[in-house]
Design a binder for this molecule. Structure first.
Ligand code: GLY
Length: 402
């Protein structure tokens, strides 16, 4: 164990020596005073919106989406993959506005969510528990939060099969082993668990999963498939396809965003350049895509058939902007500046009236116009809880850029 941990420290050192210098890289980017002031005022508006949402939320439920036509707030139980985003957003907002009501509401939701630490039926525990309890523990470290997160990492790890070398995403029939690109987002919890417990098994699972995902989930142009189905006995790829995208060979916008964010975290946590390059390749696919619109809020799928009339996905923009604001710190020179500028354009667009809801509207959600699952005709062009979470995270990252 000791040697494993010193290996991690050595890797961090190698990262530093090989040109990764966040302090130096970050100083290349100057935030725009105009945009920073808009975003600060957006945080105040978001705070007010979450008071609206809070009042609409039935006891014991988690917010999920909103349908304006019949003023209907969609909710879920704590076991839905999105349950961590509302408490996580409340905590990000509390951190920046110091509104104690939001902290009280976040704590109420953490109480409802806590039992999911033992949920072994989902791969989404990173989303559910790290976005919520991870932020709670970051702001107010406690033995209880730590234990919840460690138990969550243990539950998530039970879904890793060494024969396949990946965490199982969706439960399926016995002859299938389904992994989706979204799963890259659940690995940050595992890195945290190794740092806190000293148990390297979490770290190794994350790295093995990420390596096999690089190998099997990406096309030569670095766009990713949504779903890969493996043979559960041999780990061979049986099928590559989509579920939430337009077509098996299309680039579903949020999937690209999950991959970008996931490999940026992989680099942060390992300092392995291979992950940095993967994240940069994904970023370049997004930013050079001829179907990325001028305001840089992606269509729900980069290959949607009815572009330019296809729905936009604000959630894809939020996740991408937040990831780019971290990736640019690890990327020196013009390329890093390009990532920073793209994130700025996304934030500028999201904070415009086109995407940002007027206070009191939109069911209390901050952003309009996301797409959940278009092929299933579910959550199309609605506010979604994760669009808000990554938007507020991106604002925080932008305002913290020195
Ligand atoms: N499956 C998670 C998502 O919709 O991005």
């Amino acid at each position: 164990m000791k040697s494993f941990l010193s290996k991690i420290s050595a890797l961090a050192l190698v990262g530093l020596l090989s040109g990764y210098n966040p302090a130096q890289a970050q100083s290349h980017y100057k935030t725009s005073k105009g945009l920073a002031s808009v975003l600060k005022s957006d945080l105040q508006d978001a705070n007010k919106q979450y008071h609206v949402l809070m009042k609409k939320l039935p006891a014991g439920m988690f917010p999920r989406n909103y349908y304006a036509a019949n003023d209907s707030l969609g909710t879920s139980g704590s076991d839905w993959w999105c349950s961590g985003f509302y408490p996580g957003t409340l905590l990000y907002l509390y951190e920046q506005t110091k509104d104690a009501t939001l902290l009280t509401e976040a704590n109420r939701m953490l109480g409802l969510l806590s039992k999911e630490q033992y949920n072994k039926g989902t791969h989404d525990l990173g989303f559910m528990m790290y976005c919520s309890f991870g932020n709670a523990n970051r702001l107010h470290p406690s033995a209880n939060y730590k234990q919840v997160l460690i138990n969550s990492a243990k539950s998530l790890s039970t879904r890793f099969d060494p024969k396949v070398g990946l965490i199982r995403s969706w439960n399926s029939k016995k002859s299938d082993y389904i992994v989706i690109i979204d799963n890259m987002m659940n690995l940050e919890l595992l890195f945290w668990a190794t740092k806190v417990t000293g148990d390297s098994s979490f770290y190794k699972i994350a790295v093995t999963h990420a390596n096999n995902t690089i190998k099997n989930h990406f096309r030569p142009n670095y766009s990713s498939y949504h779903v890969v189905n493996y043979n559960p006995e041999t780990g061979a790829v049986q099928e590559r396809k989509t579920a939430q995208g337009y077509a098996n060979e299309s680039a579903w916008a949020r999937g690209q965003a999950w991959g970008l964010y996931g490999y940026t975290v992989m680099y942060r946590e390992t300092k392995n350049k291979k992950y940095l390059e993967q994240a940069q390749h994904i970023a370049d696919f997004i930013l050079n895509n001829p179907n990325l619109p001028k305001d840089k809020v992606p269509y729900w799928d980069f290959n949607a058939p009815n572009i330019p009339n296809a729905y936009r996905d604000a959630s894809a923009a939020s996740v991408t902007a937040s990831a780019l604001l971290e990736l640019c710190k690890y990327t020196n020179g013009a390329k890093g500046k390009t990532y920073f500028t793209l994130a700025e354009t996304m934030l500028r667009s999201l904070s415009s009236d086109t995407y940002k809801a007027a206070i009191g509207t939109n069911g209390g959600f901050i952003l309009k116009h996301s797409v959940g699952h278009l092929p299933a005709k579910s959550e199309v062009d609605v506010p979604l809880t994760y669009a808000d979470y990554y938007y507020v995270e991106a604002i925080k990252r932008y305002l913290q850029t020195k």
